[in-house]
Design a protein around this ligand. Structure first.
Ligand code: 2P0
Length: 373
């Protein structure tokens, strides 16, 4: 793994190290963010976090999240801190709801204390829910004594945040939507019959991530251009919901995304980085088009984003294979060959990007610190 930008190893003082065995009541895990090359945009079931389409990502070797879960006998509620700050409101609600799932599976009602640390540069504006819920899934499962295997952990992480299912794995990972068509049936809401519960369980079982084979010689890098570190005005959860329910472009994109995924797998197997980049760029631009057509429109891309897109086009005209992808925000991630990453980073710094420019390579999957994963 490369370290062009130092990837801080998760630092735990000896006193804070967990015992490192399943069911130790105290476990710490580390997970890295991932960037989708074929995007997840839209749920067919909000409660189970089942996506409309399958997606495919690269896990990064920078910006890990380290999360410790300690079980506390007799506590009345879960406590959580993120970078030392107490979680409140929606953030606390999501963490507690997630821990509740783990408690139900473990048959252990004890509440937990969660301490999570991101190494994202302050205000870098990069999503941390993927690495955050992946690390929480691994640490909480170990603390509560569950050892379900990586596929089930991926399904569990999905319930916290869809993209977290992919951060269980290193390198490239595909998250299966879990049904055959982009416009699959919406599953039940959990309030219905035994048949509905059975259908829900089947849908849940079918939606997980797994590693995707890629040719060894490809050597990709993702150059992250932070053009705006501010908070987003519309959450990705709300933006997805609005896009699915109001955008006339949503279903055509979902349909084309299914083809993009098949093409992407072929390009990765062949080690064809230019094809990988072209597919990733068209898939991301299409996703943003669906949002622009939502009512009211969701527009994450800023003038600075468009300037970076021009820089990327300029690099391509010079013969450098550089391809852009954007998520629920204005920042741009540029896929290129590792050998071209310094040139790409330099072009970005010379151009529009006033914020940080980070260079990432393929990173590792989530793991428990202390031995067993
Ligand atoms: C992705 N994004 O595939 C897409 C592309 C943003 C744009 O996954 O509602 O935080 O928690 O399942 O995973 C961001 O959405 O959403 C995301 P929830 P999540 O990476």
């Amino acid at each position: 793994m490369r370290r062009e930008h130092p990837s801080p190893a998760p630092v735990l003082s000896p006193a804070s190290r967990p015992a490192g065995r399943a069911g130790a009541d105290d476990a710490t895990a580390v997970a890295h963010p991932n960037i989708a090359l074929v995007k997840y945009w839209g749920k067919r079931d909000e409660r189970l976090v089942l996506p409309v389409t399958s997606s495919l990502s690269m896990t990064l070797d920078i910006l890990p999240t380290t999360t410790r879960v300690r079980l506390v006998a007799g506590a009345g509620r879960d406590e959580a801190t993120l970078n030392g700050v107490s979680a409140t409101g929606e953030t606390h609600r999501r963490i507690t709801a997630f821990l509740q799932l783990v408690r139900e599976r473990a048959g252990d009602g004890r509440r937990a204390v969660v301490d999570s640390t991101n190494t994202v540069p302050t205000g870098a504006g990069l999503a941390s829910s993927a690495s955050g819920f992946a690390a929480l899934a691994v640490a909480a499962a170990a603390a509560y004594g569950l050892d379900p295997g990586t596929t089930a952990l991926s399904r569990l992480a999905r319930r916290g945040s869809g993209s977290a299912s992919r951060s269980l794995f290193g390198g490239f990972a595909v998250w299966h939507a879990g049904h055959d068509t982009a416009t699959g049936t919406v599953t039940g809401t959990g309030t219905g019959t035994a048949e509905e519960a059975e259908a829900e369980e089947a849908a849940d079982l079918g939606s997980y991530a797994e590693p995707v084979p890629a040719a060894a010689g490809m050597d990709p890098a993702l150059v992250v251009a932070v053009v705006d570190a501010g908070p987003k005005t519309v959450s990705s959860r709300e933006a997805m919901r609005r896009t699915v329910s109001t955008s006339p472009l949503y279903l055509p994109w979902a349909d084309s995304s299914t083809r993009d995924l098949a093409d992407m797998r072929t390009a990765l197997r062949a080690g064809d980085l230019d094809a990988v980049g072209e597919i990733a760029e068209r898939n991301a631009l299409g996703m943003h088009a669906t949002m622009l057509a939502a009512r009211p429109a969701v527009r994450y891309l800023s003038p600075a984003t468009v300037t970076v897109l021009d820089t990327v086009l300029g690099l391509r005209r010079e013969g450098i294979g550089a391809y852009a992808t954007m998520d629920a925000g204005p920042n741009v991630k540029i896929l290129c060959r590792r050998t071209d990453a310094p040139r790409v980073a330099q072009a970005l710094r010379a151009g529009a990007v006033r914020g940080s420019v980070l260079v990432a390579g393929p990173g590792p999957g989530a793991r428990l610190l202390g031995g067993e994963r």
